[in-house]
Design a protein around this ligand. Structure first.
Ligand code: ZN
Length: 245
């Protein structure tokens, strides 16, 4: 199957629609978490994900918005957006978010928002050293897809004693994943990229051919910003969309 892999939507409807249009020919869509938080289109993004994704994970912002973790762990801007998001959630969407799993496993991949070691802690994998506890939890020949950092990245690891490598992957360039390596893949963030590139980030993965491709997609972020400003979300959260931070 060819999967469209998305993560960290953060209530950004314009970016989500752009991502799903681009991945329309995928056999299935997987969402690695954080459908809500930061942006204005809370219920619209929940409904769209509910109708399109075959599996959606629990992210830390969604967990806080439905009371599964405390908002006190977040910075003041994120906390304000989480509290606003919690007030907007329709009952059916709240139920939808409450029931997301922390981890999902198939024969060919495992999915988690943060890290496989204590997924409920939402630890970040942002360096080769931080991958090790997750590689230790992975069965052979599987690929682990993560989100959370909002950075599009690929880590690979061969076996005990070998160093973890961070691969450089150009968007649009297919990468064939070797059978005797372990891989951790972050498709980046659809709704709030943080690598100084404002374009939405997504990935596709063919689990039979084991081919991974990263993509970056232009979307009309000015429309997203104007909705966020009109509902009074912090200006910093709107501004960061055009800066990709
Ligand atoms: Zn996020």
């Amino acid at each position: 199957m060819r999967y469209g892999i998305i993560s960290d939507i953060h209530s950004n409807l314009e970016a989500l629609e752009t991502a799903l249009d681009f991945l329309a020919d995928a056999d299935a869509i997987i969402c690695l978490g954080d459908v809500v938080g930061y942006g204005a289109d809370v219920n619209e993004c929940c409904s769209l994900i509910q109708s399109r994704a075959i599996v959606t994970l629990l992210g830390n912002h969604a967990a806080a918005a439905v009371g599964r973790i405390s908002p006190c762990w977040f910075n003041p801007f994120a906390r304000e957006a989480i509290e606003w998001t919690a007030d907007q959630l329709a009952p059916d969407n709240r139920y939808f978010l409450e029931n997301f799993p922390l981890v999902y496993r198939s024969d060919s991949f495992v999915l988690v928002h943060g890290s496989l070691s204590c997924p409920e802690r939402f630890s970040y994998i942002a360096s080769p050293a931080e991958t090790l506890p997750t590689f230790a939890e992975m069965p052979p020949n599987t690929v682990c897809f993560i989100g959370h950092t909002h950075i599009q990245e690929l880590y690979l690891y061969r076996s005990l004693g070998c160093e973890v490598q961070r691969a450089t992957v150009e968007p649009g360039e297919p990468v064939c994943l070797e059978p005797d390596f372990f891989y951790i893949v972050n498709p980046g963030s659809v709704g709030q990229p943080r690598d100084r590139d404002a374009r939405a980030a997504v990935a596709s993965f063919d689990d039979e051919a084991r081919v991974l491709t990263f993509y970056r997609l232009e979307y009309p972020f000015a429309r997203t910003q104007s909705k966020m400003r009109s509902v009074g979300l912090p200006e910093m959260l709107s501004l960061r969309l055009e800066l990709g931070i």
